[in-house]
Write a new protein. Structure first.
Length: 389
């Protein structure tokens, strides 16, 4: 097996839930030796989440492949000492406890950088390590609500709506990964580690596009617009004649001309309301209704085929069962099968980032609780481990 980009990097993953484990899994996919530290016996809380496959949580399996599991009791003095020895041997430490928790364990940044000057400590939290809200509990949906993201999602006449997935957690994981890689490069130059911080509220704010300057400089509050595009038209989801849904994007002048030809409506190009980008945006309701009426007379397959032929971005709105049959995803190894010793074979997403010379690889399934405690302590710290009840 070809070495990964992060081969030889030792990562200690103390995190739970999504953002931290996903950050660690991305490093693991790229070749790092990631050791997940869990509570002895029960393991991480998300191991209990449903749905379950042969007693294994699909939620947990989704964020923890390519890792080894080491079980400790943080209240046990001997285990606390083992944790410090692991940290002394690590390149990267990832944690997402509430701010102050690591300090109570004697593992705050000021302590750890003395223990291991080359350590990169990645801290993921809801609101950051500082500020008036630092101690408040936070989950993805709370960050979506507080950041304003929820207020701009949904139909204009409907309630504020959260995303259908944990987008703020995922963004926080990406920012934490980017920060880790930047800190590793800086360490190549200085020989010193540093503190990396990512938090859910900051990550959510970064996805507001132009909403902040629009409000601050223009006094314009971004609102909910459903599936319309804020910056061009016609762009929307449309119901087809066979009661499916497609999404079509023809907001530029070039794309709109192609759409008009495909619809056999060259007259639209001569209409002053639709002849250019700014006119269409001003008259978006009118052009949207025309496109919707045309699409309603065709099946989803017909619309997608005609748009493909015309070179207009378009797709059927796929259900998840249809996603599993997508030949593009299979061709690019974005749907892969993993064999787990307990769960059996399950399908999940593949390694997202492509590298030509050192590609990411799925080397091992998600671990059982404490499955690798003895071998990790021996390899990293030279400790002979004795199992405790």
């Amino acid at each position: 097996m070809m070495p990964g980009s992060l081969e030889g990097l030792k990562v200690l993953d103390l995190s739970r839930f999504i953002a931290g484990p996903l950050c660690a899994m991305q490093l693991a996919d790229l070749g790092a030796d990631v050791v997940k530290v869990e509570r002895r016996g029960k393991g991480e809380d998300t191991r209990q989440n449903t749905p379950q496959l042969n007693g294994q949580s699909l939620y947990f399996l989704s964020f923890n492949r390519n890792k080894r599991s080491l079980a400790l009791d943080f209240r046990d003095p001997d285990d606390q000492e083992q944790l410090r020895k692991l940290i002394a041997a690590a390149d990267v430490l990832i944690e997402n406890f509430r701010p102050g928790t690591m300090e109570k364990m004697g593992c705050g940044w000021e302590t750890l950088k003395q223990l291991n000057p080359r350590l990169i400590m990645v801290r993921i939290s809801g609101f950051g390590q500082t500020g008036p809200l630092a101690q408040r509990p936070c989950f993805d949906a709370i960050a979506q609500a507080m950041s304003g993201l929820m207020s701009i999602c949904g139909q204009p006449d409907g309630p504020p709506t959260m995303s259908g997935t944990f987008m703020v957690d995922y963004a926080s994981a990406l920012y934490a990964t980017i920060g880790t890689l930047a800190a590793l490069n800086a360490r190549h130059l200085s020989g010193r580690g540093q503190l990396v911080e990512a938090c859910l509220l900051d990550s959510a704010i970064s996805m507001l596009i132009s909403a902040i300057p629009e409000q601050a400089q223009l006094g314009s509050t971004m609102s909910r617009i459903g599936n319309l595009d804020r910056f061009s038209a016609p762009v929307n989801s449309y119901q087809t004649g066979d009661d499916a849904w497609i999404y079509l994007s023809a907001g530029t002048d070039t794309l709109f001309a192609r759409l008009a030809q495909a619809m056999d409506r060259a007259d639209l190009l001569a209409d002053d309301r639709f002849s250019n980008y700014h006119a269409r945006l001003e008259n978006y309701r009118a052009i949207d209704a025309i496109v919707a009426d045309w699409i309603k007379t065709h099946s989803a397959e017909e619309v997608v085929a005609s748009m493909d032929l015309a070179g207009v971005p378009c797709s059927k709105v796929a259900t998840i069962d249809e996603v599993l049959e997508n030949p593009q995803l299979r061709a690019r190894n974005q749907l892969v099968d993993i064999t787990h010793p307990t769960a059996g074979v399950y399908t999940t997403h593949g390694v997202t980032v492509g590298l030509s010379d050192t590609p990411g690889v799925i080397r091992r399934p998600p671990p059982l609780v404490g499955e690798h405690t003895g071998e990790v302590l021996a390899e990293w710290c030279g400790i002979t481990h004795t199992n405790k009840a």
